[in-house]
Design a protein. Structure first.
Length: 280
């Protein structure tokens, strides 16, 4: 798998931070050249219970903060390559990968990485703009981030505020399907980053636990996706996410013990297969 080839070549830390501003935004009309099956609609109404499930999903910081606490490293090469951003054509792919880049953003911010800011900022801004989400871009954003070089908490607070503002807007403007795509991409990327780091950890006890502790979040997301199964594009997404179910049902870890290499690699292959179908 690609993860193993990348990690075998280099385990050196490469620094990156991505930041996008999505406050006060709106969704524009759909492009006519999009495939109908991959267009994003906003017409479906969800029950209050379903809305609560969707918008109570944690931000990517839940996973990346746990990774830092487990003393997992920061490896830039396992994030979604910046060069990929131009190949996302359908609204579905753009929204999913906006979620994926958001998880990469949280990963970098958690580790207080401030280099390559413009690269990831360009990715998130490009996808948000093409989705019709108008963002507030501070001209001095890069300088603001530089000032956070030695203040990780300020950087994390800023990015967390972006996530919360985005969810708040999408909820109030009935852009639930867009929110589902973004949440799915962010969840899968967070899971992938964890599994990729898990297979190279000297002691993967804590990192493996992070994977299995995502069971409730996975079930919560699948409950939301299940409500959209009448939609062709969302049904395809639901089916893809079903491929992750064995991660949470077929593997187990003894308390306080490492996950053996065979299981760790099998889990990573499963997660990477779903993730690659989203980013390729």
């Amino acid at each position: 798998m690609k993860t193993k080839r990348i990690l075998a070549l280099s385990l050196a830390t490469v620094f990156a931070i991505s930041l996008f501003i999505l406050a006060g935004c709106g969704i524009g009309s759909q492009n006519t050249d999009k495939q109908a099956n991959d267009s994003v609609s906003s017409e479906m109404s969800l029950s209050p219970e379903a809305l609560n499930l969707l918008y109570s999903l944690p931000t990517p910081f839940e996973v990346t903060t746990l990774l830092e606490q487990a003393k997992a490293g920061y490896i830039f090469d396992i994030t979604n390559p910046v060069d990929n951003v131009g190949k996302y054509i359908t609204e579905k792919d753009k929204a999913i990968n906006l979620g994926i880049y958001s998880a990469d953003l949280a990963y970098a911010a958690t580790y207080n990485q401030v280099d390559n800011t413009n690269q990831f900022l360009g990715c998130t801004s490009k996808l948000a703009g093409e989705l019709g989400i108008a963002g507030i871009y501070h001209p001095n954003l890069v300088e603001r981030i530089k000032r956070f070089d030695n203040n990780k908490d300020s950087l994390v607070d800023l990015v967390s505020g972006i996530f919360l503002t985005t969810n708040d807007f999408l909820s109030k403007n009935n852009r639930n399907q867009v929110a589902v795509y973004i949440a799915t991409g962010a969840f899968v990327e967070g899971l992938f980053l964890t599994s990729a780091l898990n297979i190279v950890a000297v002691d993967n006890t804590q990192i493996s636990g992070i994977i299995f502790n995502q069971t409730d979040n996975y079930e919560q997301l699948m409950s939301v996706l299940d409500l959209y199964k009448h939609d062709i594009a969302m049904k395809a997404l639901y089916d893809a996410m079903l491929n992750l179910k064995p991660v949470f049902t077929d593997f187990s870890q003894e308390p306080g013990k490492q996950l053996d290499a065979k299981q760790a690699n099998a889990i990573n292959d499963m997660i990477e297969g779903v993730r690659d179908s989203f980013i390729d």
